[in-house]
Design a protein around this ligand. Structure first.
Ligand code: ATP
Ligand code: MG
Length: 281
């Protein structure tokens, strides 16, 4: 089994990106399958956020193809890609909430963009529903981002990402800065939203517990490419220094032990063997 999906939700081929003389990605390939949570890992500065921004059209690639829901994305204007953008939600690494808007108003921003003539009462109702769905108390709706804790801000960002009932969710470091209990609760929320809404999730994370708990597969970014994609056991079988150090270092072992102790832990899917590039298995 090649592990190549015939009909991926996201398909990236030969992606090259950069800033000035700096090349961030060099002919990178990646598939994200329908209904999976794909974890994206890699050292700081390896280009995880730039990859996400390229896929959602905020960063124009130098070369390569990007398809989302089978639609080519490269070279599309924001307006031209509206029908595709409507089908995804994004939680940025820094939260990116509008500081002068309340949580409820933040959630309403994407809805207003796509449905400009929506009845204000309905808009309030939808925002309230999304706030509740993200695990925030209803009192959070009228608050400003500065009045929330870090964990609540993440949930507010998630509420906004869910505003348009997306099929695809992009999450950039959603649990960074949360305490372990808050992070585990956020993981559970993502997993249950995936199950109930049938979401596909592109999840950038440094959080090993998140990888073990909810990711179906993990893509490893290094050397300007996705060097391997697979379940954690599949990645562990690969002879690559960064992968071995990451998963078998003290933090990786602790996360693996915790996942094993937790009988409810998410079992790895029966995917095909990890797709590795230029690596010994
Ligand atoms: N707008 C920009 N202008 C110039 N360089 C940029 C820009 N955005 C990112 N870079 C550079 O691209 C590289 C990849 O950045 P990116 O933010 O994708 O890293 P990352 O893998 O998300 O790191 P982290 O784990 O710290 O979030 C870095 O060297 C960064 O300095
Ligand atoms: Mg980043």
């Amino acid at each position: 089994m090649s592990g190549q999906d015939q009909n991926p939700v996201i398909r990236v081929r030969g992606l090259t990106t950069g800033f000035g003389d700096q090349i961030v990605h060099d002919r990178l390939d990646l598939d994200v399958r329908r209904g999976e949570i794909l974890g994206v890992v890699g050292g700081s500065g390896t280009g995880k956020s730039v990859l996400m921004r390229s896929i959602i059209g905020l960063q124009e690639p130098r070369a390569g193809e990007i398809e989302v829901f089978g639609e080519p994305m490269v070279g599309r204007t924001e307006n031209n890609a509206k029908d595709v953008r409507r089908r995804w939600g994004v939680l940025f690494q820094n939260g990116a909430l509008f500081s002068t808007l309340t949580v409820a108003e933040n959630v309403q921003v994407p809805i207003r963009e796509f449905y400009s003539r929506i009845d204000p009462k309905l808009l309030d109702e939808i925002a309230g529903y999304k706030v509740a769905m993200s695990g925030l108390p209803s009192e959070a709706g009228p608050k400003f981002p500065s009045e929330l804790s870090g964990g609540m801000r993440k949930r507010a960002g998630l509420a906004r990402a869910l505003a348009l009932d997306p099929e695809l969710l992009f999450l950039d470091e959603p649990t960074a800065g949360l305490d372990p209990i808050g992070a585990a609760a956020f993981d559970e929320l993502i997993e249950s939203l995936k199950d109930t809404l049938g979401l596909t999730v592109f999840l950038i994370t440094h959080d090993l517990d998140t990888l073990y708990a909810i990711c179906d597969r993990v893509a490893v970014l290094a050397d300007k490419r996705v060097i391997a994609v697979g379940t954690i056991p599949e990645l562990l079988a690969l002879d690559h220094d960064w992968i071995q150090e990451y998963f078998r270092g003290p933090r990786g072992r602790a996360a693996a032990d915790a996942a094993e102790r937790d009988s409810d832990a998410h079992a790895p899917t029966q995917a095909g063997p990890a797709q590795a590039e230029g690596m010994t298995r």
